[in-house]
Write a protein that binds this ligand. Structure first.
Ligand SMILES: NC(=O)c1ccc[n+]([C@@H]2O[C@H](COP(=O)([O-])OP(=O)(O)OC[C@H]3O[C@@H](n4cnc5c(N)ncnc54)[C@H](O)[C@@H]3O)[C@@H](O)[C@H]2O)c1
Ligand SMILES: [Zn+2]
Ligand SMILES: [Zn+2]
Length: 361
């Protein structure tokens, strides 16, 4: 067992705290990782606000890269010193999704079996089964994806959640392809990832929509060909106007509220696709004329983690980043210390950052 400093959320809406936690030695199938960098994702804030579950205390942080410190019994494909990006999709291989050859939907992903705890023994719930706002964390070995150690941890760690979710929402779930028109509503870290993904996939028009002009400016750097300020104009009309009056082939909702989903629904062309990647809160309701759902045709999809397979997608995207084809480094707005996570939530709330990334010196 080892003791490390970590960021813990102890109750709904309460500011997070830096405290000392106990991280067990890895048991069978587990790995302990020295975290080098961990991005602050909106989902961490959803956890703190009780929007995901009420299993406090949470060990926050889940968008991370680090070096394997030690591995447990039976772990043969990983060794101390390996540079890894942590993932929350360690596929089981045996659930009904995996058995049908759809491991990207795995319904029974692996996490560490042993709990990390507060100093008094209270078990922690690690965010998305990771918990990486910590100097070290315990995960299942399958949650460690080896990538090129020459890559910068603060940058490639972002593939562990938000960037992968965003890129994958456009490419894997939405099947953006050459010649498509793609609109992305909400260009924070995740939505900008979708913009970058659509760009990588060869989309012809990429329309970034946000209420914040700074986000729109940044979206251009990720490949947006057009921008719409939804605080100033009607997003649906603006997207239609930019697509010859028809609507986009693919609209990604990276906000996840009824208003933006409805906009996405009506801003797509007939037979087009909507992908919901933003996470709604439990009380939200959607009302749509069922005849419109029928008559507009196409596909209404949700994207969990960009339908990614970490072992397939992380090394590939790291390589594309290193080739200069995916500007991953531009998602890192600032690097911060562990005790600045609460401050980073405030900045995220004010819309000042794409990603604040905790780095460990
Ligand atoms: N599905 C998944 O696997 C997955 C993974 C990671 C994050 N998420 C979710 O994705 C969402 C976005 O995360 P993020 O980290 O990018 O958050 P963020 O706070 O960085 O970005 C949200 C963006 O939406 C914009 N916005 C808010 N309301 C808007 C509106 N009405 N119209 C247009 N734009 C609006 C904001 O200005 C901001 O730029 C969150 O709900 C998060 O929980 C989902
Ligand atoms: Zn499975
Ligand atoms: Zn996340």
């Amino acid at each position: 067992m080892t003791q490390v400093r970590a960021v813990v959320s102890t109750g709904k809406g309460k500011p997070v705290e830096v405290t000392t936690i106990d991280v067990p030695d890895p048991g069978p199938g587990e790995a302990r990782v020295r975290v080098q960098a961990c991005g602050v994702c909106h989902t961490d804030l959803h956890y703190r606000e009780g929007g995901i579950s009420d299993e406090y205390p949470f060990l926050l942080g889940h968008e991370a890269a680090g070096v394997v410190d030690s591995v447990g019994e039976g772990v043969h494909d990983l060794e101390p010193g390996d540079f890894v990006v942590l993932n929350w999709r360690a596929v089981c291989g045996t659930c009904r999704a995996c058995k049908r050859g759809r491991p990207q939907y795995c319904f029974d992903t692996h996490n560490a079996a042993q709990p990390m705890t507060l100093a008094d023994g209270t078990p922690l719930s690690p965010a998305l089964g990771i918990g990486a706002f910590a100097e070290q964390t315990l995960v299942h070995s399958g949650q460690c994806t080896k990538v090129d150690p020459a890559a910068r941890p603060a940058v490639v760690g972002l593939l562990g959640c938000g960037m992968m979710a965003g890129i994958g929402a456009a490419v894997n779930t939405g099947h953006a392809g050459p010649g498509d028109s793609v609109a992305v509503i909400g260009c924070g870290g995740v939505g900008s990832g979708s913009v970058a993904g659509a760009n990588l996939a060869g989309a012809r028009r990429i329309i970034a929509v946000d209420t914040d002009p700074v986000k729109l400016e940044w979206a251009r750097e990720f490949g947006a060909t057009h921008t719409v300020n939804a605080a100033e104009s009607d997003a649906v009309e603006a997207i239609r106007a930019l697509t010859d009056g028809h609507g986009a082939d693919l609209v990604v909702d990276a906000v996840g509220v009824p208003q933006t989903y409805t906009q996405a629904f009506y801003a797509r062309d007939l037979a087009g696709t909507v992908v919901l990647v933003g996470v709604p809160s439990p009380e939200m309701r959607l009302e749509l004329p069922l005849i419109d759902v029928f008559a507009r045709g196409g596909a209404l999809k949700s994207s969990w983690y960009g339908d990614c397979l970490p072992s397939r997608d992380f090394p590939m995207l790291v390589e594309m980043y290193q080739q200069g084809r995916l500007p991953l480094e531009k998602f890192v707005t600032e690097e911060i210390a562990l005790d600045q996570v609460e401050h980073a939530f405030e900045k995220m709330h004010r819309g000042e950052v794409l990603r604040s990334v905790v780095t460990f010196g």
